[in-house]
Design a protein around this ligand. Structure first.
Ligand code: UGA
Ligand code: MN
Length: 335
């Protein structure tokens, strides 16, 4: 019978696990007596509880963990998350700001990113100070994160149509330039309200210069995507071209750290609707430089979902509710 590498590895892991468990069990039951594993006791004696010598030597533990790790490492069918250390780093730049939907949106995004190995999540608030509620989400996620503020400039705030998330993204770009640890790394602008399929991150990670892919739920076309012919990007399909050279959404591209470093002064412009186009033009690309990802742009792995706007809630009456659970709920709501 053919035995797959996965079965082989699982068998080794299970055997080691069961032995380890049994030996630990015996050790727990015989705490006052110590000795070293491998001192001539048969498994029967150990199982019968007659043996007394079960303090496991550090060298033995190291040996067991090495063997487990080795079997995981050499098995290509196992989850890539386990081999995390070998993967290029993805620098995810997420602009965010205070509103009733902020906490649910960030909860959802954090709990998506918890499944993604080798990421640094730059969460950058358009605010004057860091929100403790946001910090709490970041801490609990266990994700490697950087939490910064980058308030929208006053002259932008006054405008009727604002360039959203731009000061945040520029702050993130500067951070990456100063603090990157991996030149194979890739930068991606991940807005806080989109829906991300985990397969997107595998695509992002393979970007060498600039990668692009389709984004669902954009304009009345329902999708925005590079147009790919014979494996090459030849133009863009988007419901709002508006004289843009790169008619793409913010979620539809990623750029390598290497490329970002080649343009040390490049910033995203404060021009509503033209943020992506302005930024990409600054990279002096040729169409043939663009790597069509997601199976030659035939798969949608990210959606411009947009959370429904809610009215700012009315805070509960303090005199009635201050010493009840109701009051504490408002500490968990950003408004
Ligand atoms: C679309 C694009 O998907 C955005 O990437 C682009 O920045 C935006 O249009 C634009 O052209 O202004 P849209 O869904 O309409 O995005 O915008 P939002 O989701 O409201 O904002 C984009 C990002 O900026 C979000 O992560 C949001 O949290 C953040 N943002 C928004 C701020 O930091 N400050 C704000 O005042 C508003
Ligand atoms: Mn959005």
């Amino acid at each position: 019978m053919a035995v797959s590498p996965l079965h082989k590895s699982l068998f080794v892991v299970i055997c080691i696990g069961v032995s380890f468990f049994m030996l630990t069990l015996i050790a727990v039951h015989q705490p006052q007596q110590t000795g070293y594993l491998g001192g001539g006791n048969s498994m029967e004696e150990l199982l019968a509880g007659r043996s007394i010598s079960v303090k496991i030597d550090d060298a033995v533990v190291a040996n067991i963990s090495d063997r487990v790790l080795e079997s995981i490492r050499t098995d290509t069918t196992l989850c890539s998350a386990i081999r995390e250390t070998n993967l290029p780093m993805i620098y995810l730049i997420t602009p965010t700001y205070k509103r009733p939907e902020q906490i649910p949106d960030l909860t959802r995004l954090a709990q998506t990113l918890m499944h993604v190995p080798s990421i640094t999540w730059l969460i950058i608030e358009d605010a004057e100070s860091l929100s403790p509620v946001v910090t709490e989400i970041l801490k609990r996620s266990g994700i490697r994160y950087v939490h910064l503020i980058a308030p929208m400039p006053a002259e932008q705030k006054k405008k009727k149509v604002k360039a959203r998330g731009v000061s945040n993204r520029n702050k993130g770009l500067d951070w990456v330039r100063e603090n990157y640890v991996d030149t194979r790394g890739v930068v991606y602008f991940a807005d806080d309200d989109n829906t991300y399929d985990l397969r997107l991150f595998d695509e992002i990670r393979t970007v060498e210069k600039v990668g692009m892919w389709p984004v669902g739920l954009i304009t009345h076309f329902g999708v925005s995507s590079p147009v790919v012919r014979d494996g090459r990007v030849t133009g863009f399909y988007d419901g709002w071209v508006a004289n843009r050279k790169y008619a793409v959404d913010m979620a539809g591209f990623a750029v390598s750290v290497d490329t970002i470093l080649q343009f040390p002064d490049l910033k995203m412009p404060f021009v509503p609707g033209y943020e992506e186009d302005g930024f990409l033009k600054g990279l002096s690309l040729k169409l043939e430089d663009i790597e069509p990802k997601a199976d030659n742009c035939t798969k949608i792995y990210v959606w411009h979902t947009q959370t429904k706007k809610n009215k700012n809630p009315i805070k509960a009456n303090q005199t009635v509710y201050e010493f009840t659970n109701v009051w504490s709920l408002y500490e968990q709501i950003e408004m």
